[in-house]
Design a protein around this ligand. Sequence first.
Ligand code: QUE
Length: 349
Amino acid sequence: MTGITISKGGQAARLSLSRGKALNAMTREMCEEALAALLAWRSDGSVAAVIIDHAGERGFCAGGDVAAVRRSVVEEDGSEGRAFFLAEYRLNHMLFSYPKPVVTFMDGVTMGGGVGISLPAKFRVATQNTLFAMPEGAIGLFPDAGAGYTFARLPGRLGQFLALTGARLDGAECLWAGLATHYLDSAAIDEAKARIAAQPERAEAILSELSATPPPARLAGNADNIARHFASDQLEDIVASLAADDGKWAGKELAAVSAKCPTTSKVALRLLAEGARREDFAEEMAREYAIVCRMIVRSDFAEGVRAVLIDKDNAPVWNPARPEDVSEAMLDAIFAPLPENERWSAFAG
Ligand code: QUE
């Protein structure tokens, strides 16, 4: 019982998240099993497409097993926490560079690490159950698992908005933003999988044929506000812009941004600014891995996981507490390359 079920049917192989009790939050074991399977299927002539989905009712994937990472850095030497992110980012990269089409069904909660195994896939299916977010600002981490690359490519400063507010998007909004490539009613998912397994070369056509008309994307109505208020790469500018707007939307988003870890938000803005210029996804993962090794040993991470997942008081005390106290020098130290022998590398089997 590793939390992931691996199977083959027709010409498709399938990774099914099945760690139900923790909303399929990814563990190192799950990432490593998925990597081994994907490596084998890469050269397996009987596999023409890969399907990623989840078993059970509760959702696709809540993220990574951050409670275990916290235990590793608080109670041990942190090596298990680093090993988790090494494997997770290898999985994100394997999916991004996979030579066969990958189809991910984001049918339910898709957050953090769940976003990380969704956005690198060629086809990303949203449904009426999709609840999508990068909520790392609530736990003092940062939008990772490739978000520094994929979010940097979203139009209209949407990536910065999602990173700084942790906003939750529904399936229609995911399709509108290009985070999802298709929108299906969840009742059509079984048929989509069966038809893709039978005719993997028609995966795109099958998803189009089974697509449903989504409801209007509410987020579209705020696109202008997002582009305007989140235009700067400086957190202080964004906060000031929202504070100067007395509208209801700006007030709500100001509260959301202000509740998040200021170091997380500054890391996110710098990462997205860099990521927009980056051409190589492997380079992105190496960058994020260096950052995550620094972020998980900061007190904000232990405090954020405590506040959200352990004590559940949702009252973290951030240190530094104010944006202006997070200096460029602190960010430089978080972004510095790792020593050669500690760096991220792609999975080689
Ligand atoms: C931010 C996060 C995560 C989060 C909450 C946040 C995250 C994560 C989980 C989570 C949720 C339910 C579980 C579990 C983990 O929550 O990454 O084991 O049962 O995995 O605000 O980044």
